[in-house]
Structure formats: structure tokens, C-alpha cells
Design a protein around this ligand. Structure first.
Ligand code: ZN
Length: 352
């Protein structure tokens, strides 16, 4: 009964990277069909070796830079318009297979521009990927274009331009991602322009960096949402949790990813229950399911096992999180969908 319940919860996923969602078969197929196999140190026909290259194995040392090496290999699959559209569509199908009803996928646009993929091809790929994924899965989805901190600011400006031009055609906002050693302050101008242009904004902050990064993202970058926010209670900004709640900023939690990438020793150390207790809007996400061999249903199960969050309680959190999604046109449908499930649950699963 519990298994069915986890699967049936209408899930929102607001934090999942397209790069971390590539199916191994798709990766091999794209590289083979484009003659890109020579870029890898292993043979494409050796599926296990390819898998080790693009995902975290049980013996790998945990840590941020280990994760980055997988992403460097994964980026080869984002070879052209057709490949990107296929990866996006399949990521939406995979989320739908786990009971997601809405998904926002992040796509790091800077590295694609840097390797010569034209901006209009990126936008065309996003539009086509979302169209195909929504059609085959029946769920709603959109793409957040990611700005890589370590890249030149010129790329950040180009990504913002793409987000403005692609709005309503599959693109729903921007994100600031990658190494938090590059402070958020330098992107204040870009985020101010995003605010002025009506582009939705989230920022990876307080994952590897401190609560200062979260505070800067909220105050200076006008972030509506924070990716991870794990360090919210590190003591550097004691008034920040109340400020986050009062501003209505949403935190996209990715608890298992935090453990696998070595930011948290144990899942129980995640501040999710404290955030909920403080009245902060949260969602529960997988971040990079293919890289960490993980899924949404298992994440929900873990939240129940470790924090006693029942499927109904998580659904209630998701209902509140609808306010923070970046596709305003989907809000009424999603509210109806989750409320309906909760109502039905009251009748059918009262004792679960
Ligand atoms: Zn992330």
C-alpha cells in the first residue's frame, strides 16, 4: 500500500538537471551516431565503463569535484539541437513514470554556447524537447536556463537573453549554478535585468557555500527560489530563515543528492524538518537522478523513513509549493490535481 501511495502522489519536481538525467542508452546512441566516441577514454560498446564515466559508483569518493568530472563527460551528449531535445523529452518521460505531474528541468546553457551551439538552436531544442516530452508523458514541464558561475560574465548575459527570448516557448526562468566559490555578487546586474524583464529567478546557494550566499541571492539577486539552501542554519545569518519565510522564498531541497555529493554526512542531518517547522515553502527533488542512480519515489520514501513525512504530508507541501513554480499557467491545474489526490486520500487511505 505504501509503495502505491508514494507512486500516486502527484509530484512537482522543481530541481533536476538535464545533464544529470541522461539515459545511458541515449548517451551511447548520441555519441555513436555523431561519431563522438573518440572523445571518451573508454569504448562506447563497453556499457559498464561508459556508465562508470557518467554516473557515481558505490566505490567513488564523494565530493563536488568528483561530480563535476561526470558532468564534463555528460555534456558531450548535448551535441546538437536534436540531441538536446531528445534528452529533455526523455527526462520528462522519466519523471512522469514516477508520478510527477510537473517538472522544471535545468539546462546549463553557457557550455553549449561555448562549444558553438547557436542560441537559436538551444531555444529550438528546448521548445521541441518540452513539446515532445509533454505529448508523450501527459505532464507539464519547462526548462530553466542555467548560468555557470565559473564562466565569463558575457555568457551570463547571453543566457539571460535566451531566457527572455524563449519565455513562453519552453523556457521558464534562469538559475545560477556550479561552483559557489564564485560569489553570487558578481551576477547582481544580470539578475537585476532578469527581474526588470519579468524572468523568474532561482539560485544554487548554501549547498557548498555558506548562508551568506543564500542571503546575497535573496537580497541582491532577487531570487524567488533557492536551490539546496542546506546551510541556512549554519549560524552566520541567524535572522535569515525568518526573512526567507516572510519574503515567500521557496527552497528546492535535494537531500539524497547532498549526501551522495558529500555535502552531508547523513540524511538525518538535513534541515528539511526545521525549514518546514519554520514555515518555509519547500520541495523535494532528485537533482541528478541518473548520475546518482536515484528517483523521486525513492526520495519520498526516504523522507518518510528518516523524517516521518507521510505521502499525504509531502503532498500538502507540494500543494503549497505550487505558488512557487515558474509556469503561472499551470498553477490552477496543479492545485486541482494535488487537492483532488488529498481529498481522495482522506477517503481511501485514512489509516496509512
Ligand atoms: Zn542542482
Amino acid at each position: 500500500m505504501e509503495d502505491m501511495l508514494y507512486h500516486s502522489v502527484p509530484k512537482l519536481e522543481l530541481h533536476r538537471h538535464a545533464e544529470g538525467s541522461v539515459r545511458t542508452e541515449t548517451y551511447i546512441d548520441i555519441l555513436r551516431s555523431r561519431g563522438l566516441g573518440g572523445l571518451l577514454p573508454v569504448k562506447l560498446r563497453d556499457r559498464e565503463a561508459v556508465e562508470r564515466l557518467i554516473s557515481i559508483g558505490p566505490d567513488d569518493k564523494r565530493g563536488f569535484h568528483l561530480g563535476l568530472s561526470h558532468f564534463a563527460w555528460l555534456r558531450h551528449a548535448f551535441a546538437d539541437k536534436e540531441a538536446i531535445a531528445r534528452i529533455l523529452a526523455e527526462a520528462i518521460e522519466d519523471a512522469a513514470a514516477e508520478g510527477a505531474v510537473y517538472q522544471e528541468l535545468r539546462l546549463s546553457a553557457g557550455p553549449l554556447l561555448a562549444k558553438g551551439i547557436p542560441g537559436q538552436d538551444i531555444l529550438a531544442a528546448v521548445e521541441e524537447g518540452i513539446r515532445l516530452g509533454e505529448r508523450s508523458s501527459g505532464i507539464k514541464a519547462a526548462v530553466i536556463l542555467g548560468i555557470n558561475r565559473e564562466m565569463d560574465l558575457g555568457y551570463a548575459a547571453q543566457v539571460l537573453e535566451l531566457a527572455i527570448n524563449g519565455a513562453g516557448n519552453g523556457v521558464c526562468g534562469i538559475d545560477l549554478l556550479s561552483d559557489e566559490a564564485y560569489p553570487p555578487e558578481q551576477f547582481a546586474g544580470i539578475y537585476q535585468r532578469a527581474l526588470d524583464a519579468g524572468v523568474h529567478r532561482t539560485v544554487h546557494a548554501g549547498e557548498y557555500g555558506s548562508a551568506w550566499n543564500i542571503q546575497t541571492a535573496v537580497r541582491l539577486l532577487h531570487a524567488e527560489r533557492i536551490g539546496h539552501g542546506l546551510k541556512l542554519y549554519d549560524g552566520l545569518c541567524p535572522d535569515l530563515p525568518a526573512e526567507i519565510r516572510d519574503r515567500g522564498v521557496h527552497i528546492e531541497c535535494c537531500p539524497t543528492s547532498n549526501v551522495i555529493f558529500g555535502v552531508l554526512e547523513q540524511l538525518y542531518a538535513h534541515p528539511l524538518p526545521r525549514m518546514i517547522g519554520d514555515g518555509i515553502s519547500v520541495s523535494i527533488n532528485t537533482d541528478d537522478p541518473r548520475v546518482i542512480h536515484w528517483g523521486l519515489c525513492r526520495e519520498y520514501e526516504e523522507m518518510h523513513r528518516v523524517f516521518q513525512l507521510s505521502p499525504q504530508r509531502i503532498a500538502a507541501l507540494m500543494l503549497a509549493a505550487v505558488d512557487s513554480i515558474f509556469r503561472d499557467d499551470c498553477k490552477p491545474y496543479l492545485r486541482g490535481c494535488i487537492s483532488g489526490w488529498l481529498e481522495k486520500g482522506k477517503m481511501n487511505y485514512e489509516n496509512c
